[in-house]
Ligand binder design. Sequence first.
Ligand SMILES: [Zn+2]
Length: 391
Amino acid sequence: MIVVRFLKRMAIGLAIGGILWGGAMTCNPSDLPRAGASAHSWAKEPKNIILLIGDGMGLAQISASLYSSDNRSVFESFPVIGFHKSFSASDLITDSAAGATAFACGIKTYNNAIGLSADTLPCYTILEEAEEHGLATGLVATSSITHATPAAFIAHQPFRTMYEDIAADFLQTEIDLFIGGGKKYFDRRQSDERDLIAELRSKGYTVNDYFYSDLSLYSKFDPSKNFVFFTSDDKPVLAMQGRNYLPLAAKLAPPFLRERSKKGFFLMMEGSQIDWQCHANNGYSLLPEMKDFEDAVANVLRFALEDRETLVIVTADHETGGLAINPGSKLNKLDLAFTTNGHTAALIPVFALGPGAEAFSGIYENTALYRKMREAFGWATIAAPPTTGMN
Ligand SMILES: [Zn+2]
């Protein structure tokens, strides 16, 4: 019965271009983004790109979340779907550092590398290039902001665990906004006496943190200054323990960045802890992480549907846990199983919506996301093509 109902809903979804939500809903259908009749009146080229990365989020994680949510998912809103090959230069099984460097720089590098090529040369990231073009930029993560995925867009270090060096690299750019944990790597450093928060403030940044404030108190970020918010001293807590700032950041960061530059913006947002719950083989705590991430995606879609000039891309760096939905599972009552505590090499889905989205269909290397994003921005082709080989 579930299968029949699902197919029916898919048919309805396809008939209307895959933009609307399919099927009858039981939880707040009015609260979901809908494209309406003007779904295809996008701008010709995107002014803004929002890249959302669900770390460790493969098809099974998306499926588990969908079948635990009355057979509905924010991913049904996307008209374009593709897959990327996630392997790194050093291993068929990538880690988040090499995975994010592939998106940020368009090169396959070794596991552990942050914004460096396989021969340890710094690569120019899409965020740095966006800065150069006068766009506003932002990074948001539910890990520490110095963790591998956000780090690879702004830092250049040979090992992902060099958190204090990565933090110092944030000062090398004029990034407009970042939100995440890891305050201690900025203001209570072991490797030197620098207070990077004081340095950010002297550069004109507004810096606030979980200790003195709460992101939920904000209804708007002041666009007259760069904005930083630390959500924890080290790693933020789990979604099931009450962490809920990602959907709020997804609501407030895009309009803030739009006001920061008339030329547009690049924003990367990561649901970091999907990966961690899969490493822990914990399906129970995985589902709230998926819900948190999907709520953030829904808020980004609301912005994009109103803005019309924003390309939204949602993907993962790799799958984690080898998750399976085992026989005996029922709708909203799944029997989840894992095959590993580590990552796997399964193809990773890519969802796209907005101007330029059609370029993201098909099967391609993870490095192609970088090239496709640059092309969507209309930037000139780079002289050296990104490497795609595997050792
Ligand atoms: Zn991982």
